[in-house]
Design a protein around this ligand. Structure first.
Ligand code: NCD
Ligand code: ZN
Length: 344
């Protein structure tokens, strides 16, 4: 097979950042994705309808000329979020709210400290048809970083899903066989996104032969047995799993640092990297479902009408990209070869 045409895909989880950075990140995603779920972890975070709409305008202004790319906005849940915040956000088209346990990841210090105190908000979300997007890791110091997703399932996620059967929940960027099986066995109202890095890599790629800061993201890469289960799930074609890159840019100096930031900037090669994985799995026929159908169906949005075409062509990702502020950034998979390329 030398070309592959699929329905235009969407990215159901990414970080655009703000300001100047948008002129880098928005075109990178708009090159092949029609829509994207935009994470609200700005500093300060996007906590209400007004902030979400203002952010949406800044993203729209950064689109390349002629682009019809559509950002789908989300709200950042805090201890202070009210039911009225949810109603107001829904009324202006915000589709989902993101739950970060406080301290779990980049810009999450303002986030939720007591999950059960959020239950009245989850009730309003279920009534309003607003999705709950979950960063599924506990943050207790005594819990090993490699176990934080599993402990979150046991202590929190299983309870939320049981208490709110009508709430649509996306378990974001899953990394473990525990999360994959949890989602697979849950009701149709529970789904998950999977990133390219968690399909392509495991923790050896982070730590063997020296620390690789550009492969560091949260939730952190796990052992290869977990990676294998994530790959099986996408290979199965199950509609519960869909594309969410978690593309999360940090400048080179912030990654190659004594205390390096978490996040992989994958937007420039995302669809190609997923194609690479599906080809390795002998499942290129399942790429369209994962990239273009399952997410839209789960969100209750129409599937896109256009198509994109990928060509079988070896190309090498650049070692660096220069950000609008002049600083370099190292894209995910920098300097490595990919065997599919988007046809422009
Ligand atoms: C994300 C970021 O940098 O905003 N980082 C990451 O490693 N994924 C935050 C997140 O999604 O956890
Ligand atoms: Zn993210």
């Amino acid at each position: 097979m030398t070309t592959l045409t699929i329905r235009t895909p969407d990215d159901w989880h990414l970080h655009f950042r703000d300001g100047d950075m948008l002129t880098e990140t928005v075109p990178a995603t708009a090159r092949c994705f029609q829509r994207a779920i935009v994470m609200p972890n700005l500093a300060p975070p996007v906590v209400n309808a007004t902030l979400a709409m203002a952010y949406k305008e800044r993203i729209l202004a950064a689109r390349p000329a002629g682009s019809t790319f559509e950002p789908l906005m989300t709200l950042y849940l805090t201890n202070a979020t009210t039911g009225q915040d949810i109603i107001d956000a829904k009324a202006v088209g915000v589709v989902a709210a993101k739950l970060y346990p406080a301290g779990a990841t980049t810009n999450s210090s303002a986030a939720v400290t007591d999950l059960e105190a959020m239950y009245p908000i989850f009730d309003v979300m279920a009534e309003q048809g607003m999705l709950l997007l979950v960063h599924g890791e506990v943050t207790d110091h005594h819990i090993d970083i490699f176990d934080r997703e599993k402990v979150f399932i046991d202590q929190k996620m299983s309870k939320i899903v049981a208490a709110f059967p009508h709430l649509k929940v996306v378990f974001e960027h899953i990394t473990t066989s525990d999360a994959a099986h949890f989602v697979n066995d849950a009701s149709d109202n529970v789904a998950a996104t999977i990133t390219p890095q968690h399909l392509l890599l495991n923790r050896n790629d982070l730590l063997v032969g020296g620390v690789r800061p550009h492969n560091f993201c949260l939730p952190v890469l796990k052992r290869n047995t977990h990676q294998a289960v994530l790959r099986q799930m996408v290979q199965s074609g199950s509609p519960k799993f869909f594309l969410g890159t978690d593309s999360a840019p940090h400048a080179k100096e912030a990654k190659e640092n004594a205390c390096g930031c978490a996040g992989c900037y994958s937007a420039w090669s995302a669809i190609e990297l997923y194609a690479h994985v599906f080809e390795e799995l002998g499942a290129l026929d399942k790429l369209e479902g994962f990239a273009s159908d399952h997410g839209a169906d789960f969100y209750g949005l129409p599937r896109n009408e256009g198509t994109i075409t990928l060509m079988r062509q070896e190309w090498t990702l650049p070692e660096e990209i220069i950000l609008p502020d002049g600083r370099p950034i190292v894209p995910f998979f920098a300097g490595q070869q990919v065997s599919w390329k988007l046809q422009n």
